[in-house]
Design a protein around this ligand. Structure first.
Ligand code: NOJ
Length: 492
């Protein structure tokens, strides 16, 4: 059990994935609205037009959160719902009222909001002027964030600037799978990440300079992470390769923010050398000036991350052409075929990886306060009320988090499950189900039904950890194998 009574149990969601109301009450279109409206872009041509209809279901959402007994709810504000043109001369009062209703409802029920300012739904109008590829966006994002601090900051005490900027830089600008579908794997991810970093730092300073003293909240980015296990742990080249994977993925943002304001040495070295071999006049990894380094260093109060799986990494001599962030890492990635599968090929459950990842973060960044902001598993079946695989996932991942906390001394402050309810899983549409609650997407009312995992997670929250007393009790001396009987026969 976590011995901190204020351990922050929660669930997570994001605006485009749940809200619907894509053009309701003056909301402007986002890049995801336009992308999903083009047939062929998303599995089954699904869109977020209605999604879980959360825009019209504040009470139903709060009801679920209350039933779970969560301490926090992490959601995101949709920039084009608040500023339809992306700029603060177009404030949509209906959008503001929606978030006020939600935040007030949470506070009334003792649930702390954790609010993400950017979970990928950029106003289309800003994409039209170059989006995250132009420096102009830094001030525009800052002005949106400033408005949110000013409007909601009396009640919101935990802000996330960017959700998974590291994965977005690759999927949106390298692989081009997500809008804006830029396929420039050698340059664009580095350029965009550079702008994300500066935008993040600017927003952090705005909070620091204008709001922290009166509002007293915390602010951080939320990075995507995956544990990297060296393929041959006795081979130093594989150990280095695994660390390199983490530096290119996590360190890309975390090294500048949590360490010295600059990119990890291994990134500067690899991308620099390879750019030279590619006969380029300078490194494809942009340079952070001394002034920028000073501005970026230290711009996070806590360490937030999302995680779903692990990978096995070995050293590899990769091709030089075409240039790509992917090849720059000089690694090869595999998985263990004995790891269970899930709805997404990249998301095999590997609970022990979480403990190692937490320890890596602790060592690498000097034992920061850590929040796991997203963790969960998707299932492909439409009706997974009896979601035993999810119960197993949640239980084993939380168990590893507990070991990291209790045995290894990791400063873990919170755990959020992804997700409160089934929702729009980006290019995979509604097929992968990640919810603790089921949504019937065929029913216009979008009824919400708790799955067994919701009941189990509520029990974990009540016990502030895995319910050990019952597990060691008379009725069921437990092992993981017979957890099901325990949860359903004796703990409830
Ligand atoms: C991370 C993203 O933040 C979230 O939007 C997504 O649905 C989950 N991972 C599951 O893939």
């Amino acid at each position: 059990m976590f011995d901190q009574p204020d351990f922050s149990w929660g669930v997570s969601s994001s605006s485009y994935q749940i809200e619907g109301g894509w053009d309701a009450d003056g909301k402007g279109p986002s890049i995801w609205d336009n992308f999903t409206h083009v047939p062929g872009n998303v599995n089954n041509n699904d869109t977020g037009d209605i999604a879980c209809d959360s825009y019209n279901k504040v009470e139903a959402d709060i009801y679920m959160l209350k039933a779970l007994g969560v301490k926090n709810y992490r959601f995101s504000v949709s920039w084009p719902r608040i500023f339809p043109t992306g700029r603060n001369n177009s404030i949509n009062s209906y959008g503001v009222a929606y978030y006020n209703r939600l935040i007030d409802g949470l506070i009334a029920n003792n649930i702390s909001p954790i609010v993400t300012l950017y979970h990928w739904d950029l106003p289309q109008t800003l994409q039209d002027i170059g989006g995250w590829e132009t420096e102009e966006i830094i001030d525009l994002f800052d002005s949106f964030a400033d408005f949110c601090f000013q409007t909601f900051g009396d009640r919101v005490k935990f802000w996330i600037t960017f959700n998974e900027p590291n994965i977005l830089a690759w999927l949106g600008y390298g692989e081009g799978l997500f809008p804006p579908n830029v396929k420039e794997p050698g340059d664009a991810p580095y350029k965009v990440a550079h702008i994300f970093l500066k935008a993040h730092a600017k927003v952090y300073h705005t909070y620091d300079d204008k709001y922290r003293a009166t509002q007293g909240g915390i602010i951080a980015p939320c990075l995507f992470t995956t544990w990297a296990e060296p393929k041959t742990p006795s081979d130093p080249r594989d150990i280095e390769a695994a660390d390199r994977y983490l530096q290119f993925l996590v360190g890309w943002f975390a090294h500048p923010i949590y360490k010295n304001g600059d990119y990890p040495d291994v990134m500067k070295w690899k991308v620099g050398n390879r750019s030279e071999l590619q006969n380029l006049p300078s490194s494809r990894l942009p340079v952070l000036t001394a002034e920028e380094r000073e501005y970026i260093r230290g711009t996070a109060d806590v360490f937030c991350f999302n995680t779903y799986s692990s990978k096995i990494i070995s050293h590899s001599t990769t091709r030089l052409s075409p240039s790509s962030y992917d090849y720059d890492r000089e690694i090869s990635i595999t998985v263990d075929s004995s790891w269970p599968t899930s709805a997404l090929p990249d998301h095999r459950p590997v609970a022990w990886g979480l403990r190692r990842l937490l320890n890596w973060i602790k060592e690498e960044y000097g034992n920061p306060p850590i929040y796991i902001i997203e963790n969960g598993v998707g299932a492909k079946s439409k009706s997974d009320i009896d979601d035993n695989a999810r119960i197993f996932y949640v239980k084993t991942y939380i168990d590893e988090a507990l070991k990291a906390y209790k045995v290894d001394g990791v400063n873990l402050k919170g755990y959020n499950a992804w997700s409160l309810m089934d929702n729009f899983e980006w290019v995979d549409g509604y097929e992968p189900r990640f919810g603790l609650h089921q949504i019937d997407f065929d029913n216009p009312n979008r009824p919400r039904t708790p799955k067994r995992s919701a009941v189990y997670y509520a029990e974990i929250i009540r016990n502030n950890g895995i319910p050990l007393t019952q597990h060691l009790g008379q009725i069921c001396p437990h092992s993981l194998e017979n957890w099901q009987r325990c949860n359903w026969r004796c703990s409830l």
